[in-house]
Design a protein around this ligand. Structure first.
Ligand SMILES: *Cc1c(COP(=O)(O)O)cnc(C)c1O
Length: 391
């Protein structure tokens, strides 16, 4: 398989996160000086004599320069050795699971995993002879107790969706490795700006780049970043063999999104912190779930492993499920919709929307729960909107 020529990595080695987000993998175009990597809308590449590849490119499923730029940037931001970009977060997850699991293996997943992850593992991967256990991954002892000799992967999200539970990455990495398993962290909610799982001992980071990495709700994409070069090469082999790659335009959109990730995340966090304060004192709110709250059971762990606490908030409405649905329906600046992580604020009712399929399963969520993806609009407009929606 073709391996494109690695670009200069000096940016990766020397500079801080914000600088790498803008420059890693993105040297000005050698021919024209274009400061933004072009969208290489090409399926194939002329060869200088048989096998004479220019820069390692032979066919765009195997590699495409726009995708290479994104993959190098992602690897740099996550402090990994190799990044890979996919057509969606689920495509990335599928490729990862088929790379590291065999029939007879066992995987531990969060008991409040992202619904698509739960569906992939319980409905698709299970049919290929893989067993799984859904565990509260914020409970270290519960994870330890769920390990079996055939456990090959411990898969965590932190914070989780939509309950915003926190798992201790460093401790779980140790437990997984002692058992001969890999630790996979879905870092979609935190992003590499707020949390770097590979530094804490995780083996692979998963992203839905559809969310904060892209950041503008205009692209669906996914990514894997491996800690070791060896696992990175195996994942790259399967990325090409399975073929669920990001197209060049999608890769370009995510790369553009990453340039502003740090400033967007800081504003998401600023706005979320203000909204949490106001919701906490609101008579129609029963409970606010946000890892930044001292009362949150994962607050200390989150404080150790995250730079800040993120832009996602869940809260329980005092008067029950119908009242929670009404709050969602009345919001105006907050758009009623699924997904998260874009510049615009979104509101949803997990029980009837994103997590409807979890009803009756271990992943069922409370009916009075409302989830906010706090955007980067003016926070006073957001507060006024929430206040009228809660009246
Ligand atoms: C959205 C999401 C996914 C799936 O990603 P897609 O890009 O929708 O395929 C996986 N994990 C988390 C935490 C997500 O929010």
């Amino acid at each position: 398989m073709c391996t494109p020529r690695r670009r200069r990595r000096s940016v990766h080695l020397v500079h801080e996160f914000e600088t790498r987000a803008i420059h890693a993998g993105q040297e000005p175009d050698p021919q024209t000086g274009a400061v933004v990597p072009p969208i290489y809308a090409t399926s194939t590449y002329a060869q200088d004599g048989v096998g004479g590849l220019r820069g390692g490119y032979e066919y765009s499923r195997s590699a495409n320069p726009t995708r290479t730029a994104l993959e190098e940037c992602l690897a740099s931001l996550e402090d990994g050795s190799r990044g890979l970009a996919f057509a969606s977060g689920m495509a990335a997850e599928d490729t990862l699971l088929r790379t590291v699991l065999n029939p007879g293996d066992h995987i531990i997943i969060p008991d409040d995993a992202y619904g698509g992850t739960y569906r992939l593992i319980s409905r698709v991967v299970e049919r290929w002879g893989v067993s799984w256990s859904a565990v509260a991954v914020s409970d270290v002892d519960a994870v330890r107790a769920a390990l079996r000799p055939e456990t090959k992967v411990v898969w965590i999200e932190t914070p989780t969706n939509p309950l915003l539970n926190i798992a201790d990455i460093a401790v779980l990495a140790g437990i997984a490795h002692d058992a001969g398993a890999l630790l996979v962290v879905d870092n979609t909610f935190a992003t590499p700006y707020l949390q770097r799982p590979l530094r804490l001992g995780a083996d692979v980071v998963v992203h839905s780049t559809t969310k904060y990495c892209g950041g503008h709700s205009d692209v669906v994409g996914g990514a894997l970043v491996a800690a070791s070069a060896e696992l990175g090469d195996e994942l790259a082999y399967h990325q090409n063999a399975i073929g669920a790659v990001a197209g060049p335009f999608d890769a370009w959109l995510v790369l553009r999104g990453l340039k502003t990730l740090a400033v967007r995340m800081d504003r998401h966090c600023d706005n979320a912190e203000r909204i949490v304060q106001v919701l906490q004192g609101h008579p129609r709110v029963r409970e606010v779930l946000y890892p930044g709250l001292v009362s949150h059971p994962g607050h200390d762990v989150a404080g150790r492993q995250m730079r800040r606490f993120g832009g996602m908030i869940s809260f329980r409405v005092a008067d029950g499920e119908d009242a929670a649905v009404e709050v969602c329906n009345r919001a105006r600046v907050f758009t009623l919709g699924e997904s998260l992580g874009g510049v615009e604020s979104l509101i949803e009712h997990p029980g009837r929307m994103t997590h409807a399929s979890a009803a009756g399963s271990p992943l069922e969520v409370p009916g009075d729960l409302v989830r906010l993806s706090v955007g980067i609009e003016n926070v006073d407009d957001l507060l006024t909107d929430l206040d009228q929606a809660l009246k």
